[in-house]
Design a binder for this molecule. Structure first.
Ligand code: ADP
Ligand code: MG
Length: 411
């Protein structure tokens, strides 16, 4: 059985990091993580590993339908400082909480995990399901810190999973390839946390590269990097975090997923990936209106991903604005996962110089992105702040993101 206890030894209490703001330099984060590790565990860490959050450029709610997605890893990361132990205990602390959680590795299973620690412990368990012998590998002490905003749809969950996955893969000498590590992260999230999410977030966090998006076929898990060429085009991608945290483990997300499964069953296909835009007319007669709209979103969104990938290569990022807008409309009208705050962010962005904007992530809260000429980013910020104030809404957190390198060992 796992044991939980408070860490009385910790001198510094840090409540959950303020959401977003300026972010911090990764070097600061690394230094802080190494120092905090020493304070908590009374020895130096063996190394530092990190994994980024992600923004999904386009391809929303397509991953669990075995379709296409086009996310990129962002310049906000979760760091894991780790040192191996000479027993089988896994002990994990995070800057977001005062709790130090520990479990015997041989006893870790989804039923004993809950709360934030289900993500990192779930990964250890999932690596066991993917071939690690949890009776033979050494235990470890791990400390986690992050500047990925939590619950904003930028996948702090994949960032923590992937940071822990590459760290354990390394110190346990598993040599698993990144597609398997992505599967392990997803298994942890689905089974240990209980959030029925797809593979996109982990793939973005593991496969990302500077300046590129990850075009992922969620059926085969084949991925290919696609150059964004934003700087060349004088464009920036801005995140507008509405501050309304989503909760993927309950409610709407699972319901949407279930209705996609129902549609696939009714249409006699393995997954909605197998339905084309041309098939929609025929499908309409076989489904109730709501299920048909869910289907239409997924099918048209898959096509939009393919179109964006093609346009990025031929005409560059300035040509994808209309597809981003269409994605948002489809998520709002057909998939019903937008919120008034996300709609306001998107409308205001497009009305103030953005060439395209959409909600990003699973929806029901979280963040929107806008593709905007660099020289208009300040104007955009002022316009969005103004619109939110006018509607009596909490100020969103607005910041630029850059496509960045995926999970790696830092030190
Ligand atoms: P998102 O992935 O959009 O940020 P999720 O609800 O999927 O939102 O995941 C957020 C959850 O992941 C947090 O509530 C927490 O349980 C866990 N988590 C993420 N990052 C950390 C961290 N650095 N330390 C502890 N828990 C974390
Ligand atoms: Mg998440």
């Amino acid at each position: 059985m796992g044991e939980r206890r408070d860490s009385g030894a910790r001198g510094r209490t840090r409540a959950r990091r303020d959401r977003g703001g300026q972010g911090r330099l990764v070097t600061d984060l690394r230094d802080e993580a190494a120092t905090a590790f020493q304070e908590i565990f009374g020895r130096a860490s063996d190394g530092l590993w990190s994994a980024p959050g992600r923004v999904n450029l386009i391809g929303e709610h397509t991953d669990y339908n075995e379709g296409f997605v086009l996310p990129f890893a962002i310049d906000r990361r979760t760091i894991a400082a780790l040192a191996v132990r000479d027993d089988r205990m896994l002990r994990i602390a995070s800057a977001f909480t005062d709790e130090l959680v520990e479990h015997d590795l041989t006893q870790v299973s989804p039923d004993v995990l809950h709360g934030w620690s289900a993500y990192p412990f779930g990964v250890a368990w999932a690596l066991g399901e993917h071939g690690a012998d949890l009776h033979a590998v050494p235990g470890a002490d791990i400390y986690i810190d992050s500047d990925v905003p939590v619950g904003a749809g930028l996948s702090s969950s994949a960032a923590i999973e992937c940071a822990v996955a590459i760290a354990l893969d390394d110190v346990w000498h598993l040599g698993l390839d990144r597609a398997v590590l992505a599967r392990a992260g997803q298994l942890a999230e689905n089974t240990a946390v209980g959030a029925p999410t797809g593979i996109m977030d982990q793939a973005a966090s593991l496969f990302g590269e500077d300046g590129a998006a990850v075009f992922l076929d969620c059926r085969s898990l084949e991925s290919r990097l696609v150059d964004l060429r934003l700087a060349e085009a004088g464009l920036a991608i801005v995140v507008i975090d509405t501050g309304a945290a989503h909760d993927l483990a309950t409610g709407g997300y699972g319901e949407r997923r279930a209705s996609c499964e129902r549609a696939a069953k009714a249409l006699g296909v393995a997954a909605l990936r197998d339905v084309r835009v041309d098939d929609l007319d025929r499908a309409r007669g076989l489904l109730d209106d709501t299920t048909f709209r869910r289907l239409r979103h997924v099918v048209t969104e898959n096509q939009r991903v393919l179109d964006v990938v093609r346009l990025l290569a031929t005409d560059g990022p300035a040509s994808i604005g209309e597809l981003l807008d269409a994605s948002h409309r489809s998520l709002r009208n057909d998939f019903d996962v937008s919120t008034p705050q996300l709609d306001l962010a998107v409308e205001t962005a497009v009305g103030n110089g953005a060439i395209g904007a959409r909600m990003t992530g699973g929806g029901f809260g979280g963040a929107a992105i806008a593709l905007v000429p660099e020289e208009l980013t300040s104007l955009l910020r002022v316009a969005i702040d103004g619109a939110f104030a006018e509607h009596g809404l909490e100020q969103p957190d607005i910041f630029r993101v850059a496509a960045s390198i995926g999970a790696r060992r830092d030190a």
